[in-house]
Design a binder for this molecule. Structure first.
Ligand SMILES: Cc1ncc(COP(=O)(O)O)c(C=O)c1O
Length: 383
């Protein structure tokens, strides 16, 4: 029986049913060798020569993630940024790319300050409006459209299927940063995207204890080989131990992400009508931007990231974060522990985050405890 035909929960929990044929171990070993033996006739029949290009420690995690995303292949990278930038580095100088105005700020900064230096023409647009996407696409010139959905830090939603149709007509590839949606809720390749990217640092690993990135391709084509070449030459390669930890984290992906997402929904619904809260940004709320699209392209939940805009402006938001006892005041997302941060302080000038916005990454603690802690933090700040 092909393990890829099992339900995704089964694929993740059993890491595609891996068993070592020699030892009968059900957990893969950690391969640490950086180099591989050449055959006497000067060939490398093992398919491996040097660990900057590839490593057997990647095999199982890449196979599991490719299967969950229903892609042809996956490639692990040393971080989410290493994975994302490899896609842009596989383009040629002069290529036109579209990216969202609202997106993960480090990648936006890299696009505007580094990618442009080596000749990419980067245009930031409102990716949530297909009419704007259509008019920004330059057929024959636009090579890549980058989408993040839900997008940091406003959790705006882009319609992947509609964007894919526009990209196809213009001859552009569509890549989706699906870090927040995770394969639990969205599979962008099945909606017409060409590439999916995850900061595996977040939900795929899920324990705030490693940096990793992953790309998944719909097709094993020349562009994919180019991306793998970028990994091998530039060296944004994941370590063996991190690959092993990532595979361990993946086994509980569905349990963790579903629990965190249903807690986020409860927290969003609790604070949306709250007297001390100006607005809750969460795609699972009926009144939120893109809710109808999210209902279509996110199956079973809306993710575990939300933002709250506090009454009383920036000072009240920072004071609320200062008052929490249980939530951890820290950046990042996707771990078992809930995190809170004043996002405008992190992103600095040019941020789309309003000054009164607190970004919340909901973990898997008791939801009542999380709500009670936020209640007391808000009450203390706005007394
Ligand atoms: C949506 C998103 N994409 C990409 C990244 C970059 O990932 P990494 O920090 O692993 O480089 C992050 C990190 O916060 C992120 O939130």
């Amino acid at each position: 029986m092909d393990p890829n035909t099992n339900k995704p929960e089964t694929i993740a929990a059993q890491a595609l049913g891996w068993v070592d044929h020699e030892t009968r171990a059900i957990t893969p070993p950690i391969h640490v060798s950086t180099t591989y033996l050449r055959d006497p006739d000067n060939q490398y029949r093992s398919g491996r020569a040097y660990a900057r290009a590839d490593n057997p420690a990647f095999d199982q995690a890449e196979a599991v993630i490719a299967s969950l995303e229903q892609g042809a292949h996956a490639a692990l990278f040393a971080s989410g940024m290493a994975a994302a930038t490899a896609v842009f580095q596989a383009l040629a100088p002069g290529d036109h790319v579209l990216a969202p105005k609202v997106m993960y700020w480090s990648l936006r900064n890299w696009l505007m300050n580094f990618a442009t230096h080596w000749g990419l023409q980067v245009e930031l647009i409102d990716m949530t409006d297909p009419r704007i996407v259509q008019s920004a696409l330059r057929p024959g010139k636009t090579r890549l459209v980058w989408v993040e959905t839900p997008a940091n830090p406003l959790w705006s939603i882009t319609d992947i299927a509609a964007t894919a149709v526009l990209c196809k007509a213009a001859g552009a590839r569509l890549a989706v940063d699906s870090t927040v949606a995770t394969p639990v809720f969205t599979r962008p390749l099945t909606l017409g995207a060409d590439l999916v990217m995850h900061a595996a640092t977040k939900y795929l690993n899920g324990h705030s204890d490693l940096l990793a990135g992953v790309l998944v391709t719909r097709e094993d084509d020349d562009f994919w080989r180019h991306i793998r070449g970028v990994r091998a030459y530039v060296g944004g390669t994941l370590g063996s131990f991190e690959s092993w930890l990532l595979l361990r984290g993946l086994r509980t992906l569905y349990l963790r992400v579903r629990a965190a997402s249903s807690a986020a929904q409860r927290i969003a619904e609790h604070f949306a009508p709250h007297a001390l809260v100006r607005e809750v940004l969460y795609p699972g709320l009926r009144q939120s931007q893109g809710h109808e699209i999210a209902r279509r392209q996110m199956q079973g939940g809306f993710g575990a990231m939300l933002s709250i805009r506090v009454q009383g402006g920036e000072a009240a938001a920072i004071a609320t974060a200062a008052n929490v006892q249980l939530w951890k005041r820290a950046t990042s997302l996707g771990g078992t522990e809930s995190l809170i941060e004043h996002r405008a302080s992190v992103e600095g000038a040019g941020t789309p985050a309003p000054a009164d916005l607190l970004r919340l990454s909901v973990g898997i603690e008791d939801c009542g405890d999380l709500i009670a802690d936020l209640e007391q933090a808000l009450a203390g700040a706005l007394r």
